[in-house]
Design a protein around this ligand. Structure first.
Ligand SMILES: Cc1cc2nc3c(=O)[nH]c(=O)nc-3n(C[C@H](O)[C@H](O)[C@H](O)COP(=O)(O)OP(=O)(O)OC[C@H]3O[C@@H](n4cnc5c(N)ncnc54)[C@H](O)[C@@H]3O)c2cc1C
Length: 498
């Protein structure tokens, strides 16, 4: 890995703003940094307030080993960065993308994941966007931080927490800092993450109409452990070996990292405390991953060594906030982005792309509406409704179905017939079709990468027809191989003395 490559150079993209504004960004996580880069590159003067007071590590590995990002509790959980985010980076910050790759990230291209059973391997227009960026979360965060702090239009104020807003009524005019001082700004952008206090800050302004919030339980606890390949070893091939599966009572996946790292992640139903607490023990974890057939290549003897313990993350929710209610902005001069705006079950890997979509929407809104603060708020609402909310709706529906199935597994109640039928259609129709049909696989991978509207896959007549054909033939196929033991057997296996 290159530790001392030069800082990313400024994007050749021309600034679009003819009337630069002073923008205060709250939070220097994924959303805050993406917004800071985009707005600065459009000509605005951006100050980022990041509460964490930590020096920038010298390398990506140092970032992973020791960067104290307590403001991002999921910093050492597996992340996959979907094609939609990569496309946004390609547009706004190709230099950052190049730097990310120079720092050891890899690209999982369409060609690399196309199942070997598919004989038509001819590339088609659009395939160039079908690329998942693979790296540890702290690697992209570290690369973005270096880029943002090197950007001429960005002032970085690390170790400075924001405590609230300053405003004339509901018209936000700046931020109140935790040290008691205030900073005025033309626009405040809140990217404070999943624990952001933005709703309380707005309530303190005392407006008659308050923002709304919907949320639903993601239904899982996330557990991850990272590994580094030993010398001479290579990452498992996804096309040959696969990378995960769903046992019904437990979902699992392998993630490529950067710099010869990878991780394995479990999604455990929130109700299954016994399984969750056993999996948190490293020895039990190692026994569990070795019991799962698709993970065999990831757990081969001599392949890799763990570089972390088992990190768990609970309290995962899908959440959507609206700052325009009945067509009227609740506040002006304020834009909320990232997890503070829309939280998503991490299993779908959409959070960073959603942060990018909101940041990009904001940059475009400033170009279109200049200093018309109400119009900016409305434009952001359009982005939320058209580009973000459909992902929220789909995640809520999928999670509700999964939770119903888990509940029936646990309490022996009759499973929800629609949830059962949907799972059956996906497992025995859509997935088998996607393994042999280039059109279905392409549509599936486009959807996975957020390059189509979330409902596009299940409303595409070609996909539906071919998935239905595959489903109709399910009894003629040999039974799908068993992915792993039943829950009780897995628990028993984890309890064996090491
Ligand atoms: C377990 C897990 C796995 C995930 N996996 C994926 C994945 O595979 N792919 C994907 O795209 N997404 C994934 N996500 C989601 C993704 O990590 C988030 O969507 C993303 O971090 C959101 O960025 P953000 O900037 O909104 O928040 P964060 O990245 O959390 O950053 C918030 C920042 O704001 C700072 N801050 C907060 N309050 C203040 C304040 N008052 N003053 C100053 N600073 C403040 C914090 O210190 C922090 O730096 C995952 C999430 C979880 C929980």
């Amino acid at each position: 890995m290159t530790a001392t490559t030069p800082l990313p150079t400024r994007s050749p993209r021309a600034a679009r703003s003819s009337d630069p504004q002073d923008v205060a960004v709250v939070g220097g996580g994924m959303a805050g940094m993406l917004a800071a880069l985009m707005l600065a590159r459009d000509g605005h003067r951006v100050t980022v307030f990041e509460r964490d007071d930590t020096d920038l590590p010298a390398t990506a590995d140092e970032a992973f080993d020791g960067w104290d990002r307590r403001g991002v509790p999921h910093a050492r959980q597996s992340h996959a960065l979907l094609g939609r985010l990569r496309k946004i980076l390609t547009t706004w910050a190709p230099d950052v993308l190049d730097e990310l790759l120079a720092q050891g990230a890899t690209e999982l291209t369409f060609e690399r994941v196309l199942p070997p059973e598919i004989s038509d391997r001819t590339p088609r227009p659009g395939d160039e966007d079908l690329v998942v960026l693979c790296c540890r979360r702290l690697t992209i965060e570290w690369v973005l931080r270096r880029a943002a702090t090197a950007e001429p239009g960005v002032t970085w104020r690390g170790g400075v927490g924001v405590a609230g807003l300053i405003a004339d009524g509901a018209d936000v005019r700046g931020v109140r800092l935790e040290d008691g001082t205030s900073v005025r700004a033309d626009l405040v952008v809140v990217g404070g993450g999943r624990n952001s206090q933005v709703m309380e800050w707005i309530a303190e302004l005392g407006g008659e109409v308050q923002p709304t919030e919907e949320q639903s339980d993601a239904g899982i606890i996330y557990l991850s452990r990272f590994y580094r390949l030993r010398d001479g070893q290579e990452l498992p091939l996804l096309t040959k070996d696969g990378a995960g599966g769903d046992l019904g009572y437990l979902a699992f996946a392998g993630f490529y990292g950067d710099n010869r790292t990878f991780s394995i992640t479990f999604g455990v139903p929130t109700g299954d405390r016994e399984l969750m607490s056993r999996l948190r023990e490293p020895d039990a974890w190692e026994r569990a991953i070795r019991a799962l057939t698709p993970l065999a290549p990831w757990t081969a003897d001599g392949l890799a060594d763990p570089i972390t313990g088992v990190e768990s993350m609970a309290g995962l929710r899908n959440r959507l906030r609206r700052f325009v209610v009945d067509g009227e902005p609740v506040v002006t001069g304020l834009a909320v982005i990232g997890d503070a705006l829309q939280g998503s079950n991490p299993w779908y890997g959409k959070g960073c792309a959603l942060a990018g979509i909101a940041a990009e929407g904001l940059a475009d809104a400033l170009v279109e509406h200049g200093r018309d603060r109400a119009a900016i708020a409305r434009a952001m609402d359009v982005v939320v409704r058209s580009e973000m909310e459909p992902h929220y709706t789909l995640a809520c529906r999928q999670d509700a179905d999964r939770i119903k199935l888990h509940t029936s597994m646990h309490d022996g109640s009759e499973p929800d017939p629609i949830a059962v039928a949907t799972r059956d259609f996906v497992l025995n129709g859509l997935l088998p079709a996607s393994r042999t049909d280039p059109d279905v696989f392409r549509a599936f991978f486009r959807s996975l990468n957020m390059l189509e509207a979330p409902d596009a896959l299940m409303t595409d007549p070609v996909v539906l027809q071919r998935a239905a054909t595959a489903h109709a033939a399910k009894d003629q196929r040999p039974p799908a191989p068993t992915l792993g033991p039943e829950r009780d057997d897995l628990l028993a296996l984890m309890s064996l003395a090491g």
